[in-house]
Design a protein around this ligand. Structure first.
Ligand code: SF4
Length: 225
């Protein structure tokens, strides 16, 4: 199996998915992005989006208005995202963080390391969620490592072993990405699109993937029935 480099994988993902739309773009509303990054924890984007749509229809995609809503009402609105009681508490903690800075803009204007640190110190926000907010809501460079990232590169026999902690994956990827100012938002979007369209958790569609001839997973014969 020939060695692969991350920039080669990126170029291939670009050819396969470059024309497809991803729900977070540099034009996305930062508050909606941050809510989505919390609501998508442990569920699919489809479920998180249903919860966001309900908040939008209720006119609550606004930190001040959402923070004025009783907890039970927030829980009910975000129910489609699953774990809705826990996620309502996480949203409350994030809204409290915004309130301490006066406004979301002020929070997102912190230097990137300080912003990341404050997010990580907030209940319910782990490194993946924090980095998604830093990258997509604040617009700072950040390498986001999620389940799609681990699955893709593990199947390609690249990167640390699949279950090692987040920082090891992030550090490997940061070193392996193209040196010349990579568009990290686009990179992450391409990895997710690939994971949702072709590199599925079960029954990946390797026949449609141009990485198949260089993929350790695709080269492994299926187990006998
Ligand atoms: S060949 Fe299959 S397993 Fe490998 S990256 Fe493509 S879709 Fe994923």
């Amino acid at each position: 199996m020939p060695d692969l480099a991350v920039p080669v994988v990126v170029a291939s993902l670009e050819r396969m998915h470059g024309g497809e739309r991803w729900h977070w773009t540099p034009e996305s509303d930062p508050f909606e992005v941050a809510l989505g990054a919390i609501l998508v924890q442990h569920t699919s984007w489809t479920n998180a989006e249903r919860a966001i749509d309900r908040l939008r229809e209720a006119g609550l995609l606004d930190p001040r208005r959402l923070s004025e809503l009783p907890g039970e009402a927030v829980e009910e609105l975000i129910r489609p995202s699953g774990q809705y009681r826990t996620k309502a508490r996480k949203l409350r903690a994030f809204l409290d963080l915004i309130a301490r800075h006066g406004a979301l803009d002020a929070l997102l204007a912190l230097p990137p390391e300080e912003l990341r640190g404050q997010l990580l110190a907030t209940w319910g926000i782990g490194p993946e969620t924090a980095d998604a907010i830093v990258l997509y809501a604040a617009g700072y460079p950040a390498v986001v490592v999620d389940a799609y990232t681990r699955r893709l590169f593990s199947r390609l026999a690249m990167g640390p072993s699949r279950d090692v902690p987040y920082p090891a994956w992030q550090s490997w990827l940061a070193d392996a990405l193209p040196v010349a100012a990579p568009d990290l938002a686009r990179f992450h979007a391409l990895v997710v699109l690939h994971g949702k369209r072709l590199c599925l958790a079960r029954r990946p569609r390797c026949g449609q993937c141009e990485l198949a001839s260089r993929c350790a997973f695709a080269a492994t014969p299926p187990l006998p029935p």
